[in-house]
Design a protein around this ligand. Structure first.
Ligand SMILES: C[S@@+](CC[C@H](N)C(=O)[O-])C[C@H]1O[C@@H](n2cnc3c(N)ncnc32)[C@H](O)[C@@H]1O
Length: 300
């Protein structure tokens, strides 16, 4: 644990507690149910980090630059090394048959290699891939034999790094339960500028993220204003946090058989909803049970 990996706040523990509960419930079902027990299960952490989170007491909240490629740390609330999602997953009891950790930062990859050594009994089940999450995950979804495999995928980016094509690839497997962090206040709401819809690269990024250009009509409405030359109609932002979140859930519902309708709002100390923790199940037969469990976990 030599590398600094600072992110999140109290809401991060909240998020990981829900994930932990779901992973334990999932593996219990797949162990006890004789038919399900024949299937191999994988946990995929596509934005794996280091396996821990370093938080610094009373670190000041930083103003986020509007640079989507480098959405930084939010705010920290204690001085501790806390568990990250990879470690939480490795502690799942009973364990998964396979673990796939994807991370693009080579220093974090070295930390994940060290984490593997701390779990010698399941070390051989852990695959660590240095790569870009979208490309690696889409490739893995295509190559896996979904007749004999099932998986839980956790998408925990800083900002808008997840592409809709990746979410589609996950849904197409008809075999994956998806936990995804939607960067509501952290990124999407910031990009949706008040004065009018973003254009150029920002607009393309939103379209790649939502998998449609419909976000423009969903989040902006015409408004008439008088100026020197008479009345002029412009588009102005009309969407609330709730409407932006609901739009993402509707998008998920177009490709997954079932989506939990009670995503968890993760709020910073100023009560701004920075992320929405969402759940969707891709396997038609298993989705009612999966979503019932996820709903309970999200609602507690
Ligand atoms: C919020 S952190 C993940 C935290 C982790 N899930 C945990 O609980 O400890 C996001 C991670 O994704 C990595 N990352 C960002 N963009 C990526 C990409 N396109 N492909 C792969 N990894 C990426 C970052 O290096 C960072 O470690």
């Amino acid at each position: 644990m030599t590398t600094s990996h600072q992110f999140g706040g109290q809401w991060t523990d909240d998020k990981l507690d829900r994930l932990r509960k779901y992973l334990d419930a999932y593996r219990t079902i797949f162990t006890k149910n004789p038919r399900a027990a024949k299937l191999r299960t994988t946990f995929v952490d596509a934005f794996a980090g280091t396996g821990y989170r370093q938080s610094i007491k009373a670190a000041p909240t930083r103003t986020l630059p509007l640079l989507l490629d480098d959405l930084p740390v939010y705010e920290d609330e204690a001085t501790l090394f806390q568990q990250g999602s990879a470690r939480v997953a490795l502690e799942t009891n009973p364990p998964f048959d396979h673990y796939l950790f994807i991370e693009r930062n080579p220093t974090y990859i070295a930390e994940l290699e060290q984490l593997r050594q701390q779990f010698p009994t399941i070390a051989r089940r852990i695959r660590i891939v240095q790569g870009e999450a979208n490309a690696t995950l889409q490739d893995w979804c295509r190559r896996t034999d979904w007749r004999t495999n099932r998986a839980v995928v956790f998408l925990d980016p800083y900002g808008m790094e997840v592409e809709w094509a990746t979410i589609e690839a996950i849904a197409n497997t008809q075999a994956i339960d998806l936990w995804v962090l939607f960067p509501l206040g952290q990124a999407v709401n910031r990009v949706l500028t008040r004065s009018g819809p973003p254009e150029g690269g920002w607009a393309d990024r939103l379209t790649k993220f939502f998998g449609t250009t419909d976000w423009k009509d969903a989040f902006y409405r015409p408004s008439s204003q008088m100026n020197l030359f008479g009345e002029e109609t412009q588009l102005e932002k009309g969407a609330t946090f709730e409407q932006i979140g609901a739009f993402f859930l509707q998008r998920l519902a177009t490709i997954f058989p079932k989506v939990a309708d009670n995503p968890l709002y993760l709020r910073n100390r100023k009560n701004v909803p920075i992320y929405l923790l969402c759940f969707a199940a891709a396997n038609k037969k298993g989705s009612p049970t999966a979503v019932r469990i996820a709903r309970d976990i999200l609602g507690t």
